[in-house]
Design a binder for this molecule. Structure first.
Ligand code: GLN
Length: 189
């Protein structure tokens, strides 16, 4: 299975490590010529959504990635990646892919709680979740959007058709549950 990892900024190397550990083939997407419709799935990592949104446009990658997702290509976004996918961001007017029917709030846990980790269920299995200046999902905007994880009453991971998104950083722990979930989504398990 060949996964493209958007490698413009942020925590992409850790995603690559997680995918490699699960025997997936990884290809970094750094510029337009790296983007290729033969990917079985792509990952949009955490980082800074404003910077990533700007770089995607400057490099001519925004449209191809957007088309890929809209055509049903599998996509997994973490943290800033979730923000880029979200249909609505309650505290930011910038629009990005808007393919995931959720409303998110950026930097939702405030400054003092900027970074923390906790143990929560993800699709029925307890995992450690690391949050770094994370968003949370205030509202799911489509009944078909499945809630996979919650923390303190707020939604932190969802699946909608070909898209998976998490407010936390599964790539920063050694637990591969979430990456395996994404690979299983692609293989239709
Ligand atoms: N706070 C960042 C943003 O708004 C997201 C943080 C992260 O990806 N760890 O884009």
């Amino acid at each position: 299975m060949k996964i493209g990892v958007l490698a413009l900024q942020g925590a992409f190397a850790e995603h690559e490590k997680a995918l490699t550990a699960l025997d997936a083939e990884v290809k970094e997407i750094r510029q337009l010529r790296d983007f290729d419709d033969s990917f079985d799935g792509i990952i949009i990592p955490g980082g800074e959504s404003t910077v990533m949104g700007k770089l995607l446009r400057e490099l001519g990658l925004f449209e191809p990635v957007s088309e890929y997702i809209k055509k049903g290509g599998y996509c997994f976004g973490t943290c800033a990646g979730l923000i880029l996918l979200a249909q609505e961001v309650s505290n930011d007017d910038r629009k990005n892919f808007c393919t995931l029917p959720v409303r998110v709030k950026r930097n939702a846990y405030g400054r003092q709680l900027g970074s923390f980790s906790c143990k929560e269920d993800f699709a029925g299995k307890e995992i450690t979740q690391v949050f770094i200046r994370a968003p949370y999902i205030e509202k799911v905007l489509d009944d078909e959007c499945e809630v996979l994880s919650q923390h303190e009453g707020f939604i932190t991971a969802v699946r909608y058709k070909n898209q998976l998104a998490a407010a936390f950083h599964p790539e920063l722990t050694e637990d591969r549950t979430v990456h395996q979930y994404f690979l299983d989504m692609i293989s239709g398990k």
